[in-house]
Design a protein around this ligand. Structure first.
Ligand SMILES: *Cc1c(COP(=O)(O)O)cnc(C)c1O
Length: 490
């Protein structure tokens, strides 16, 4: 399978690239993205075939239909990482919470958030491409909490890849910080920055664009790469669990094969939702994909009104920080799919220059055939956490909670909903403790104990152990010192 570009072609890039090429250099002509030239059509035969398959069998078959330039052995090795999840036979449990609402739990991996679903196998794939080419890569990551731990965990001790991960010191939860600073491997460097997430992100962008930094890396035979969420090497692994979750509903006799469902996705950069969109295009029976947001509700505005307006919008911090995003990068791939390359280029250029674009009426109704959306603020979110725990006995995190509002407002037909849960309660425990008991300003460790008692749930060992592990990564520096620090590490 070849990959084509969302904004057409300039002089510098090839018109079509392989999967490996799209992974190593994810930015296409005019700053666009790579997308598959066509999607494999799986249809109901594929669903029937895998009705009794385990996750890994389904995953391998789906990946092979994409005919990517990666050896089957490597794909098998990548997928085998799902064995590290809580239940290796079913890494993604789907739980009935209400009569017509099922939660697909994407957080049972090593870092307890859904980033593991894609980053775990992606680490194997990237390292294997680097080895085949005899090249060394430095992966730069800036994180506000979930991507950092997942990236470190997957690349730990992998050949031909080093990771430098920057986080805002004091700007993540204790659990998230400990997950990073206790990672000890010679190819990992974690850097705390005196500043906020935006400082880490700006530093990352500057380094990625710096010719001087590239030359310094060249001297050390190292190339630069990023494992961010526009990388198709991550997206491809996010199609699988949508198919799996649907099949789980059939297995649980919640639906009949072929019956449509709603997919309800707590969204930030739109990788998760895009995976669902592709699964649908490949033949999954979906009524609509519901995009759930927090107060940073730019996607609700796009889907309801056809306007993407960043002119007066600033990111507001919320209790679901992984969704505190205004530039939702993967939306571009949907625009391309619906409206083609010329129009996508026009819209994205308008967004860059005017910080604004508007769809035509026809375009908006095309978008609305696929998507619906709503958002929920922190107070409402807390109420959903508390009520769902009290009425349905189900404990969820603040990201997942945003879906419960849109489930109420957007589910128009009597069909089942699959809500995606993207983080375990342990990762955002102070907010959840506050929602359940009203306690405020609790430290992670105390909040974990309090929830554990209230909800009668054990604190998972891997979370408990974090608080006793040795701190291996002690660097905390000013943002001006980052470049030097990374070069020292290389
Ligand atoms: C990354 C993340 C999201 C957003 O996912 P996208 O694919 O970027 O839309 C939602 N919730 C949690 C907990 C996350 O870590």
């Amino acid at each position: 399978m070849q990959f084509i570009q969302t904004r057409g072609q300039d002089e510098n890039k090839k018109a079509k690239v392989t999967f490996s090429e799209a992974i190593l250099d994810p930015i296409a002509s005019f700053g666009g993205l790579y997308v598959p030239q066509e999607l494999p059509n799986l249809g109901e035969a594929f669903l029937q075939k895998h009705l009794q398959s385990d996750y890994k069998t389904l995953a391998l078959d789906m990946l092979e239909r994409f005919e990517v330039d990666i050896d089957k052995k490597v794909l098998q090795e990548a997928i085998a990482l799902y064995d590290k999840f809580d239940d290796s036979t079913n890494p993604v449990p789907v739980v009935k919470v209400k009569e017509d609402l099922y939660v697909s739990e994407l957080y049972h991996g090593p870092t307890r958030a859904f980033k593991d679903m894609a980053l775990q196998p992606f680490g194997v794939v990237l390292s294997s491409i680097a080895q085949t080419r005899g090249e060394n890569y430095l992966i730069l990551a800036a994180t506000s909490g979930d991507t950092g731990p997942a990236a470190l965990e997957t690349f730990k001790n992998r050949a031909n890849v080093k990771v430098a991960c920057m986080y805002p010191d004091g700007g993540t939860s204790d659990v998230q910080r400990l997950q990073m600073v206790t990672e000890d491997a010679p190819n990992l460097k974690v850097i705390g920055i005196k500043g906020v997430f935006d400082d880490a992100q700006t530093a990352l962008k500057r380094l990625l664009a710096s010719q001087k930094f590239k030359e310094a890396l060249d001297k050390k035979q190292t190339k630069l790469s990023a494992a961010n969420s526009v990388n198709f090497g991550r997206i491809i692994f996010q199609i699988i669990y949508h198919i799996h979750s649907y099949l789980e509903l059939v297995r649980q006799s919640a639906i009949k094969m072929g019956e449509k469902v709603y997919l309800n996705v707590p969204s930030g950069n739109f990788g998760n939702a895009l995976g669902g969109y592709y699964a649908w295009k490949m033949g999954l029976p979906v009524e609509k994909i519901i995009i759930s947001s927090n107060k940073n509700n730019i996607l609700t505005q796009l889907i309801k009104e056809g306007r993407y307006d960043l002119r007066n919008n600033k990111v507001v911090p919320t209790t679901s920080p992984a969704m505190d995003i205004l530039k939702s990068s993967n939306v571009e791939r949907v625009l391309f799919d619906l409206f083609g390359e010329e129009r996508t280029k026009e819209l994205m250029e308008s967004l860059e220059k005017e910080h604004y674009y508007e769809l035509t009426k026809e375009e908006l109704s095309k978008l609305q055939e696929c998507f619906d959306a709503d958002w929920c603020d922190d107070e409402e979110g807390k109420r959903y956490i508390k009520e769902t725990f009290q009425n349905d006995g189900y404990l969820m995190d603040p990201h997942t909670a945003t879906c419960f509002k849109s489930y109420e407002t957007c589910t128009k037909k009597p069909l089942k909903s699959i809500v995606y849960s993207t983080a375990e309660w342990t990762k955002f425990s102070p907010v959840i403790a506050n929602a359940l008991t009203g306690e405020v300003d609790t430290k992670d460790i105390d909040a974990l104990r309090s929830i554990s008692k209230t909800a009668n749930l054990p604190i998972p060992d891997m979370i408990k152990e974090l608080f006793e592990k040795e701190i291996a990564q002690k660097t905390v520096i000013e943002k001006e010192e980052i470049e030097e620090e990374i070069l020292k590490f290389i």
